[in-house]
Design a protein around this ligand. Sequence first.
Ligand code: NDP
Length: 443
Amino acid sequence: MKANEIITKLQIKYTHEPEFVQACMEFFSSIAHIYDAHEEYQQANVLERMVVPDRIITFQVPWINDAGKVQVNTGYRVQFNNVLGPYKGGLRFHPSVNVSILKFLAFEQVFKNSLTTLPLGGGKGGADFDPKGKSKTEIMRFSQSFMLRIWSDLGQNIDVPAGDIGVGKQEIGFLYGMYKRLTREHVGVLTGKGIDWGGSRIRPEATGYGAIYFLERMLALQKDTITQKRIVVSGFGNVAWGVVKKAHELGALVIAISGPDGFIHAPNGLQQEHIDFMLELRSGNLDIIKPFADKFGFVFTPDKKPWSIPADIAMPCATQNEINEYDVNQLIENNYSYLVEGANMPCTQAAQEILKKSSIRYAPGKASNAGGVAVSGLEMTQNAVRYTWAAEGVDDKLRRIMAEIHDTCVLHGKISPQKIDYAAGANIASFVKIANAMCELGV
Ligand code: NDP
């Protein structure tokens, strides 16, 4: 079967999973011609096999709230593809979580992980649980119940989850504590752990740092640097924090940042005291941006996205499909030169099509936000040899991995010395690697 037939079949079969279809369509648009040109891929039917997860585990998560009432949520783990290594990908706790969203995230994770050069397969999981407004003990009871129902499907060589939206060090701690109690094993079955109980240095910052290292490499290719570049960031979570921290350290100016409640404008760029307060707000489970504006006297624009602010670089770090056609046209009108994704699939399909025709240099999350999982892979290595590397060592490895991912995208996505299709480069490089491994390992 040719790629087009597989695409049509997939669109019909999964109309009820729009995010998953969107991620597949974006991927197919770059690799269909390669699939069609390789008889051995068609013989092994790699494309049809690539779009079906190995396994989706769905389970009930009952827990008791502080008022003594029993609550019920739905938990999931999508183990998508382990041809390169153990399933690896975060857990998301957010009310919007459903099978379509987790399948799109797990599908993208397979290709992202292959780009890191580390031996990692791809998966994703989570629950429709909202940690916002919950007490610490409620989050603990929920996390423990979640682990009680999924632990036997996990393992340091089988499936290694990490954090994502709504899952940070605190949730990983509760999940890991329960796993340890159930198995009596202290092993690297989760990443994003606290530094004193098996975590890696630089892991909390890794996704944001990695995105900035990727951006630096894009700029270097154009004989430019990050110094004094004006950056606008969306999202007020873990990834955004890492981006702001490293951008500030390297002399760039983050002049606007948004949260779910609106955005603030900081024309002189966010400074260290702002970054510290960002962390303080987040650790109190208060990841809205209004208190930030109130404390420092920034202009606050409620319920709006930040893309109306003219700048050089856009870094969406909130969630999927946050940038639509209107937003991308705003970026073009405001003369942005780069869009580097910190979030997963933050641009809608229509926005991506406009972007590709524009002069904005566009880095897809699959490549530019791979720093998080890369350091998770390094955490697994440290756990396996029972050792902890210094921050400099991890940071250096992260920088090298991001440079390698960048250069791989350039190798496979170069249109001319000035024009690189980073999305095509990332898709082609990862597709070929996984397709070849699937052929070599048999059906
Ligand atoms: P967090 O939960 O730490 O933060 C996400 C933040 O963005 C929350 O404050 C959330 O608020 C906010 N947000 C949600 N929707 C919007 C919106 N439309 N506009 C502005 N803000 C919004 O998550 P992470 O930082 O970990 O993850 C962010 C993105 O990065 C996700 O796409 C994730 O998949 C991706 N990613 C994360 C990695 C990691 O290591 N953590 C690794 C690679 C990718 P609210 O809760 O109210 O919706």
